[in-house]
Design a protein around this ligand. Sequence first.
Ligand SMILES: Nc1ncnc2c1ncn2[C@@H]1O[C@H](COP(=O)(O)OP(=O)(O)O)[C@@H](O)[C@H]1O
Ligand SMILES: O=P(O)(O)OC[C@H]1O[C@](O)(COP(=O)(O)O)[C@@H](O)[C@@H]1O
Ligand SMILES: [Mg+2]
Length: 366
Amino acid sequence: MWMQGQIKRIGVLTGGGDCPGLNAVIRAVVKTAIRRYDLEVVGIIDGFYGLVNDVMEPLTESSVSGILHRGGTILGTTNRDNPFRYAVEKDGKLTFEDRSEQCIANMKKRGIDALVIIGGDGSLSIALEFHKKGIPVVGVPKTIDNDLSATDVTFGFDSAVTTATEAIDKLHTTAESHHRIMILEVMGRYAGWIALYSGLAGGADVILIPEIPFDLGKVCEHIRARAERGRKFSIVVIAEGAKEIGGELVVQKLVAQSHDPVRLGGIGHVVAQKLEMCTGMETRVTVLGHVQRGGSPTAEDRILSTRYGSAAIDAIMSGQFGKMVALRTPKILPVPLEEAVGTAKQVKTEGQIVQAAKSVGISFGD
Ligand SMILES: Nc1ncnc2c1ncn2[C@@H]1O[C@H](COP(=O)(O)OP(=O)(O)O)[C@@H](O)[C@H]1O
Ligand SMILES: O=P(O)(O)OC[C@H]1O[C@](O)(COP(=O)(O)O)[C@@H](O)[C@@H]1O
Ligand SMILES: [Mg+2]
């Protein structure tokens, strides 16, 4: 239906949770498309919602001027709408419908020849479905969680880690003054990347991640041993998806319309109560929440986002459909979307990063 070499207009959308660097990708997509290939670009508003409901606007160089350093996404996003399983309320009941043909009709109406889908595992799974229906698509790996396979790193991760590290630095000074245990709960869904990296960068004493179920007795012992050595405070960084050995995930809420309705959160408070009891030390919890998804991207994320955005247009123009642009240091390469979304990328429990953390005395509660 769509022919390579006949691409004149590109649609771009941002899907899933927002993250720093989205605007830098959009800017690079628009500038590369216009400057290098003389294409037109259409921005699809609020992710797949805009594709289903035909909410779009043209993007020019002036639309993307001054956005490189701005967090969020000028296009808007959603982590609920899935065109293949679109939530519709009928007679007060929630049902799901396949609206993918409507999306294709909207693309045709707008003269959109190919799509750049900037998203995480969820949005790129949808991108893969569109590819299977013959739509020319290229994905860009976004997420603060860094849980996408096939790429060394997703953009947004470095910014989230930087924000979490700053939070740890601040918690350190107050923890030390009050001789307290300070727990920082960070995001990441079922992967511990943000906790591991920020914990290492911030000099945490304990890091608890989903990949290593923890024994609270061991965490307690570690904190008590520190106190005996005169270190009368401790910093614990915990991923929202971490759980005790034999324990359950702590769920904050369920989002009914979502393909994966689970929103994690609250494990920090559960652990705090238990640690206070077993150590006798005053314990406080900070849930970093959406602060770690907001604000300006780091220089590293701005560069990565620019490289991804530009490479996505190159991939489209060389007919590399059904691919995601991936960082395979030092290159950016197109890889099959299947590889990216097949299995979530989790922390390697025997990997060098965890080993280094253990060598410098960080406990994982194992
Ligand atoms: N495995 C999946 N297959 C298809 N769609 C999914 C899948 N997981 C999530 N989705 C849908 O993809 C969208 C974005 O997913 P989400 O995980 O929230 O964001 P991200 O794209 O950042 O991973 C949501 O509409 C969600 O319902
Ligand atoms: O914004 P919401 O709906 O509360 O979602 C929170 C979730 O989104 C994230 O911030 C980012 O995840 P995605 O990149 O998959 O959207 C997770 O770390 C967190 O669990
Ligand atoms: Mg995701």
